[in-house]
Write a new protein. Structure first.
Length: 370
């Protein structure tokens, strides 16, 4: 889970009690309970669309069905629980003080059946089912049979993703009915992967060039096979061997990670694919990635807890994230127009745009309301 967590100042926590009940109203003892704080849906690009929380807490219910979580008042809570073939989830807002226990009633799990339609072999693909807004995830390894079954799923909406290693081929949703089997319409798998701005190329090597078309030597760049990443520095001719070089991650095609130029080095750049010719991917070293320092405040006070992502690009957006340094969030981004997306403990999203100049730049996001 790509969650960016910032802790600034002192947080005051209260105890939230969740009472887990079986369908007949009896207490559900020894249920596995997960509480996600500030959970929000970030749909930022084709390859970045997911639920992300500030914090994920786990507990087990006691003999009375109670589980306790220390969270700040006003935080949005998404709580999922499972006991055997019973599961359920509920959302609420943490109260100030002891408050009334949050009731979560378990329901019988259900089943999804379906079929995949594809021109390519599905051997090596994985069907991933995410339930309760990321509260529980199930993976099904596919073989030569295009029919599939996912059983023991929590009732409600399920997000289905078809993946080939780390490459996303398909994303759909379905609904599980408690205690029943549901048939899913045929999932048609296309020829393309949902890779966002990073291109998939049939290439044996990379050649890095500058704006002057001259080779760029000694610059690292990463590339990806479905199940593994590799990165190497370019030689004196600006070339990086993807096959037969120092990193063996399988045959092409590969995904070129264009935001990685300079990975593990002092300077980072954004690359641009110029083209592929005779098995060589020509990549131009583009603008330098430089620090954007972001503070998030509300009522002139630093926000205690938040998520933050920066999005660049137009038709092919690229998502950037970094880490907290002191009281500001530091992320390396290219100059130009950016969209900042901030998630807070109440589960709300705040967006605003800015134009980042070249060089290090400090920015403050000022939130309104309580």
């Amino acid at each position: 889970m790509l969650t960016t967590l910032a802790l600034v100042g002192v947080l005051v926590f209260g105890q939230t009690e969740v009472r887990v009940l079986r369908p007949d109203g009896r207490a559900a003892a020894a249920a596995k309970v997960t509480c996600q704080v500030g959970l929000a849906r970030f749909a930022l690009s084709a390859d970045f669309e997911r639920w992300s929380a500030l914090q994920r807490l786990e507990a087990e219910s006691d003999a009375g069905g109670a589980a306790h979580f220390a969270v700040e008042p006003g935080a949005r809570l998404t709580v999922f629980a499972r006991q055997g073939n019973l599961a359920g989830w509920v959302e609420s807002v943490a109260e100030d003080g002891a408050g009334t226990p949050l009731a979560l009633t378990l329901q019988p799990t259900g089943e999804l059946d379906g079929k995949l339609s594809s021109r390519r072999s599905l051997r090596g693909y994985t069907l991933r089912a995410s339930a309760a807004r990321g509260g529980e995830t199930r993976n099904l390894e596919l073989g030569s049979d295009e029919e599939w079954t996912l059983s023991d799923l929590p009732s409600g909406e399920i997000e289905l993703e078809l993946r080939y290693g780390n490459w996303l081929a398909l994303r759909k949703s379905a609904t599980v009915v408690a205690g029943k089997k549901t048939k899913v319409p045929v999932l048609k798998v296309g020829e393309e992967f949902l890779l966002g701005p990073d291109p998939l190329v049939d290439a044996q090597k990379i050649r890095l060039i500058g704006a002057d078309k001259k080779p760029v030597a000694g610059r690292k760049m990463a590339w990806s096979a479905p199940h593994m990443d590799g990165w190497m520095p370019s030689d004196e001719e600006g070339e990086i061997a993807l096959v037969g070089g120092g990193v063996m991650i399988g045959p092409p095609p590969f995904v070129l990670r264009l935001g990685s130029l300079g990975i593990d080095q002092e300077e980072r750049f954004l690359g641009k694919l110029v083209g592929v010719k005779s098995g060589t991917a020509l990549v131009e070293v583009g603008p330098r990635l430089e620090p954007l320092l972001v503070k998030v405040t509300r009522g002139e006070k630093a926000l205690a807890r938040f998520q933050l992502f920066a999005v660049s690009g137009g038709e092919e957006p690229r998502v950037w994230y970094g880490k907290l340094e002191g009281d500001a969030f530091r992320v390396l981004v290219p100059p130009g127009e950016l969209r900042l997306v901030v998630g807070t403990a109440d589960g709300k999203l705040h967006e605003e745009k800015l134009v980042k100049p070249a060089g290090e730049f400090a920015y403050e996001v000022r939130l309104t309301g309580e």
